[in-house]
Design a protein around this ligand. Structure first.
Ligand code: RUB
Length: 337
């Protein structure tokens, strides 16, 4: 295919995801869908034969931004699988563009609706007088707290600062704006305040087939402290945060970000002989999670596989087929050798 340029607006979306101007797994997914929509609309004077590879190229640029949140990959495959499935029937570029635009809009609408439904369903698990603790900045978790508050439940929330990028400050301000009593604490104060907490409520970047939840770094330590104190640990996650590739045993990649987010650039020279690591996410095992609140209902983490089968059965079959073929060709290579 001749080199096709990507619209500036799409490049800007990819950059914003990478440098975290757009962040949070749900927002990232919606931004990726919007990127595909813009790219389709901007495809000019191209041949239909090239449209699919152009869209795959745009998808690769968007996928190459942040590796952990599976919502990004699921949003892209939601849109592109619809194009792929209808490619033998499409007769013009305009028809192909329409499929992408419709699918992207459908995903965005589904996603916004899912967060609202999670708010509704999750609020039923919050009682009047509850003290909650949340980590990082999750729209799904915030939707639950806001809904519970709007139902007249008197709740108090501890919000962790969430080093090193301090997304907890965004959460604290959003909750305060909504009229909820919120206390901002350093991440290191979690175990101390846990004795006052009734429920921990966090979001998710990825839910694995075994029910493990991948979320902002520090989440798993909070889960440990909650378990120790016998405090319920709730996760709010839309179904497009469930990872189909984990069904065939793929591991979730944990993003490691620039050390300058831990030690600011102006100080970094003083640390030239210090190793600095900045992992952005960690894994909370299913044993530490009481429930996952999805737009399809509340499930124990061990039922994650059922959501995956229902939502991604078609994709999983493809992955299994691909994995079997890869295995067979490996075996063939070994025997030939
Ligand atoms: C954000 C984060 C959030 C989840 C869920 O990490 O870990 O808890 O993405 O958010 P980062 P939401 O700031 O590194 O993107 O519920 O809004 O999808």
């Amino acid at each position: 295919m001749a080199k096709v340029s990507i619209p500036d607006e799409v490049t800007a979306i990819a950059n914003d995801i990478k440098n975290m101007k757009i962040r949070g797994a749900g927002k990232i997914a919606r931004a990726a869908a919007k990127g595909l929509l813009i790219a389709a609309n901007e495809y000019k004077n191209g041949m239909l034969e090239n449209f699919l590879s152009y869209m795959n190229h745009v998808a690769d640029i968007l996928k190459n931004t942040r590796p952990t949140a599976v919502s990004l990959f699921n949003a892209i495959s939601y849109v592109l699988s619809r194009l792929e499935k209808s490619k033998n029937y499409i007769k013009s570029v305009d028809e192909a563009k329409l499929i992408v635009v419709r699918a992207a809009n459908m995903f965005i609408e589904y996603s916004l609706n899912a967060v609202e439904i999670i708010g509704e369903i999750g609020s039923k698990r919050i009682s009047n007088g509850d003290v909650l603790l949340t980590h990082c900045n999750s729209s799904a978790a915030i939707a639950i707290m806001q809904k519970a508050h709007s139902q007249g439940k008197n709740i108090k929330v501890y919000a962790t600062e969430t080093r090193p990028k301090f997304q907890g400050h965004i959460t604290a301000r959003a909750l305060a704006r909504a009229g909820i009593e919120v206390t901002l604490i350093p991440d290191t104060a979690v175990r101390l305040v846990m004795r006052e907490v009734d429920k921990v409520l966090v979001g998710a970047d990825t839910v694995a087939a075994n029910g493990a939840v991948i979320n902002k770094i520090g989440t798993s330590v909070i889960a440990l402290a909650a378990k120790e104190a016998n405090v319920n640990f709730f996760v709010a996650a839309e179904t497009y945060k469930f990872s189909p590739t984990t069904v065939i045993g793929e591991l979730v990649v944990i993003e490691e970000r620039d050390p300058k987010e831990v030690v600011p650039e102006s100080y970094i020279r003083k640390y030239s002989s210090v190793n600095i690591r900045n992992p952005a996410f960690d894994v909370t095992p299913p044993e530490y999670i009481d429930v996952i609140i999805t737009e399809r209902g509340i499930i124990p983490p061990q039922a994650a596989i059922l959501i995956l089968e229902e939502e991604y059965g078609w994709a999983i079959e493809d992955y299994i087929l691909q994995a079997t073929r890869a295995l067979e060709s490996d075996e063939e290579a070994v025997t030939t050798w």
